[in-house]
Ligand binder design. Structure first.
Ligand code: F6R
Length: 264
């Protein structure tokens, strides 16, 4: 994994947005895999700015979101549909028919629905660039600890840790989702390129386990060690527990020298 170290969270989001923008300019009909969550908010804000001020064009871009809560309507303020509209889609010129987000209102035949989401990704030609956050328990998408590395889009029970992390976003008396539809680890490993973003001290254990720990289903982000083109962009706090930071800095320097196109 290429590890890109940035001093601040702001620089992580700027670097991520620059990489995405560059990929969109190179391939205007790019298939982007998208994540929600607090880490991505500033990335989408920067992409919206690039659209507004530097004519970054999303008209041909096709997007697939990683996940959505089960049992939540798209209009619900905590749905990932709502998040994407609020933070990204309503600020850029994306064609609504090019947006794909798992449907959290499915009530029957979940397997068939999940297979159809996976088939839709295949029909589009696969995901070129996948954006990921990482949970404090090391999850990517909603692939909670113990998720199979062979998993594809499916229904997933959320761990207690994830449900508790989400509690603050739901009002008193509101039901907090216990399940989600999520792309699987196999679906993520099949994407052509991955950018995993992490900021803040709360992520430092998960980040160290994912990048320098053993490859294990107990930390599903560690599966990214098997991806041929995965980059982790981290701020200082999230990188705090990495043991090989000096080496990653050397690699960044050499990458800039030898493959300058690789970093944004
Ligand atoms: C969201 C998702 C999750 C988040 C992760 C980090 O679509 O797939 O894996 O990326 O939980 O969330 P934040 O950024 O809120 O800490």
């Amino acid at each position: 994994m290429l590890v890109v170290l940035k001093p601040t969270a702001e620089e992580v989001s700027r670097e991520a947005a620059r990489s995405i923008a560059k990929a969109v300019r190179l391939n205007p009909a790019i298939k982007l895999g998208l994540a929600t969550g607090s880490t991505t908010v500033a990335v989408y804000r920067e992409l919206a700015r690039l659209h507004r001020e530097e004519s970054l064009d999303f008209s041909q871009v096709i997007t697939f979101n990683l996940d959505e809560y089960l049992g939540i309507a798209p209009e619900h303020s905590q749905s990932f549909h709502h998040f994407m509209l609020e933070h990204f889609f309503s600020h850029v010129n994306i064609d609504p028919s090019n947006i794909h987000i798992p449907d959290g209102t499915v009530t029957t035949d979940y397997e068939k629905y999940c297979a159809s989401y996976e088939a839709e990704i295949q029909r589009a030609g696969g995901i070129d660039l996948q954006i990921l956050g990482i949970g404090r328990n090391g999850h990517i998408g909603f692939n909670e600890p113990s998720s199979s590395f062979a998993s594809k889009t499916r229904l997933k029970v959320l761990s207690k840790a994830t449900v508790n992390d989400n509690r603050k976003f739901f009002g008193p008396g509101e039901t907090i989702p216990r399940l989600a539809i999520t792309m699987g680890i196999c679906s993520i490993l099949a994407t052509r390129r991955v950018l995993m973003l992490a900021t803040g001290a709360a992520k430092s254990t998960a980040v160290a386990n994912a990048i320098e720990g053993p490859i294990t289903a107990s930390v599903t982000a560690s599966a990214l060690q098997l991806h041929p083109d995965a980059t982790a962009i981290l701020d200082e706090a999230a990188a705090a527990q990495l043991k090989q930071k000096d080496y990653y800095r050397d690699v960044m320097e050499m990458t800039e020298l030898f493959t300058p196109g690789k970093l944004s």
